[in-house]
Design a protein around this ligand. Structure first.
Ligand SMILES: CC(=O)N[C@@H]([C@@H](O)[C@H](O)[C@H](O)CO)[C@@H](O)CC(=O)C(=O)O
Length: 289
């Protein structure tokens, strides 16, 4: 992240890139999407063009347009907009980073090299060692692994620094909060933001029993969909179901979620009272047992 604005905290929705039925980007619903996140889910930070946003399936030109649209529609509504600029080509990544700065993004994020890479695996702890000398504007880490030892080491070794430690495994967020996560970036905050915010609030007031209940409730749903096969296509289908905003199909080679997945996910969302705004307006949203 490049900006020195303020430390990124709380939930960050990894945004979906809405598509038309023909696979083109559907810019027309992004304004509605911003309002949905802010008003229905209480989520005011976004992470654009990441995995969930199919950033690596978009052309550079499309990525620029998507970033611009989120910046425009999010103005005076969102707190922070982080644009993911990682690409296989360093030149493309640099172009996207410059563009993000030009349009006033609050920060950029970059995935580590993942195809032609200089090392097999670098632990995040090693990455952070001396990073500010190399990248003076470095602001924080998005940690999308389940290795809580590595995550804990990152937090512990950098206590003097004001880094944001954003966890990226939604079903295990509570464990990461205990280890010092300052926030989280994830796909499920698009539609479980409200529920997850309740967990963050419970954790903040040290009501750990209630925080655990919220995490288990979220975990139950995520575990259920993971078993069915969960990815970007399924996230698009669930978000369409919950928000009522058409997210469209994913870009090939991904395939749309099956009818069977959608029906099962819908039934499970209903049973957990997660289908709040579109289907269950009149239900008690707090009950998840
Ligand atoms: C591999 C993956 O897609 N992980 C998701 C999680 O939010 C994930 O969907 C969730 O924890 C369910 O497993 C995020 O970390 C992805 C993300 O932040 C992004 O879209 O860039």
């Amino acid at each position: 992240m490049a900006s020195r604005k303020k430390k990124l905290q709380g939930l960050v929705a990894a945004t979906i890139t809405p598509m038309t039925e023909h696979g083109e980007i559907n810019f027309s619903v992004i304004g509605q999407y911003v309002d949905y996140l802010v008003e229905e889910q209480g989520v005011k930070n976004i992470f654009v063009n990441g995995t969930t946003g199919e950033g690596l399936s978009l052309s550079v030109s499309e990525r620029r347009q998507v970033a611009e649209e989120w910046m425009t529609k999010g103005r005076n509504k969102l707190d922070q907009v982080v644009i993911h600029v990682g690409a296989l080509s360093l030149k493309e990544s640099q172009e996207l980073a410059r563009h993000a700065a030009e349009i006033g993004a609050d920060g950029i994020a970059v995935i580590a090299p993942f195809f032609l890479k200089p090392w097999d695996k670098v632990r995040a702890e090693e990455l952070l060692d001396g990073i500010q000398e190399k990248i003076p504007t470095f602001q924080g880490l998005k940690f999308s692994d389940t290795d809580l030892l590595d995550f804990g080491q990152c937090v512990d070794q950098n206590r003097e620094r004001q880094f944001a430690f954003l966890f990226g495994v939604d079903e295990q967020l509570l464990s990461a909060l205990v280890m010092g996560a300052t926030g989280a970036v994830g796909s499920t905050y698009n539609y479980l933001g409200k529920k997850t915010n309740q967990m963050l609030e419970a954790f903040e007031r040290k009501d750990f029993s209630s925080a655990l209940n919220h995490q288990f409730c979220i975990q139950r749903f995520i575990n259920f969909v993971l078993k069915l096969g969960f990815g970007v296509s399924q996230t698009k289908a669930i978000m369409t179901l919950v928000s009522g905003i058409p997210m469209g199909p994913p870009r090939p080679p991904l395939q749309r979620a099956s009818r069977e997945f959608i029906d099962e996910a819908k039934a499970r969302l209903e049973s957990l009272d997660f289908l709040s705004s579109t289907y269950l307006k009149d239900r008690n949203l707090e009950s998840c047992s």
